[in-house]
Ligand binder design. Sequence first.
Ligand SMILES: Nc1ncnc2c1ncn2[C@@H]1O[C@H](COP(=O)(O)OP(=O)(O)OP(=O)(O)O)[C@@H](O)[C@H]1O
Length: 253
Amino acid sequence: MSITADNLVWKIGKRTVLDGVSLQAEPGRMLGLLGPNGSGKTSLLRLLAGLKTPSAGRITLDGRDIGTVGRRSLARRVAFVEQHATTNANLRVIDVVKLGRFPHRSMFSGWSAADDTAVEEALARAGMVEKRHDLWQSLSGGEKQRIHIARALAQSPQELILDEPTNHLDVQHQIGLLRLVASLPVTSVIALHDLNHAAMFCDHLIVLDHGRVAAAGTPEAVLTEELLRDVFHVSARVERSTHHGRPHIHYLA
Ligand SMILES: Nc1ncnc2c1ncn2[C@@H]1O[C@H](COP(=O)(O)OP(=O)(O)OP(=O)(O)O)[C@@H](O)[C@H]1O
C-alpha cells in the first residue's frame, strides 16, 4: 500500500472532527474522497499530507509511520494541492512552478537539466506553457489552480493529494484535470464534490459523514441511491452509463 490510515482520530478542542477513519490508497490508483460540507475531507487530507498529527491512529507511507519520515523526504514524495492555495505575488508563472523542485535540491546543487525537464513537463501537462512568463497576479482563478497543479507535478511526487482541485475550473479543464490525474503513475487521493466525476475517474471511493467513514469501495459499490439519500440528502436514480460503463447519477428535482 502506498498510503494507509488506520483508525485515525483528529480532535480540535473538544470537537472530534475525524473519528476512526481507516483507508488504503493503492499504488498508481486514484482514491476519491467524498462527503458533505464539513464532513472532514480537508482535515483528513491534511493529516495524510503530514501537515497535522492525528490525536490517535496511524498513517503509513509504504509501510513506514509518517511521523518517522523526515520533512524533506516527505516533501520529495508527497505533493499537496490545497483548496485555497495562495502564492506570493510578483512572481512569474514559471517561477511558481519551479518552487515544486525545491525539495529535490540540496544546498550545493545548482539548477539541473532534470529540474528543467520536470518543470517543462508539468507546465505542458497543466496546459499552461503559453502563460509561462505571465505574472502570477494576472492569472484567472482557474489558471492559478492549474499552476498549483503544475507546481505539484514538478515536484515529481509518488503521492498526489488534491483538495477539490476542480473547483474553479471550467468543464473542459475539470475533465482534463481528472483525466490527467487518472493517467499519472502516482497514487492520488482527491476530494471531490461532483459525484459523477468521481464515479467516472476514481478507482475507489471513500465517503465521510460527520467525520466517520459512511462507505468505501468501488464507485459501483459506494454510489447507491440509499447512500445519496442518507448521507447527501438528495433523491436520485443511479444507472450504469452506456457511454463509460461507470455509475451515473440522475438527480431528481
Ligand atoms: N482548525 C479548525 N478549528 C476548528 N474547527 C475546525 C478546524 N478545522 C476543521 N474544523 C471543523 O471540522 C469540520 C470538518 O471540516 P473540513 O474542512 O475537514 O470539512 P470538509 O469535508 O473538507 O468540508 P467542505 O466540503 O466544506 O470543504 C468542520 O465542521 C470544521 O469547522
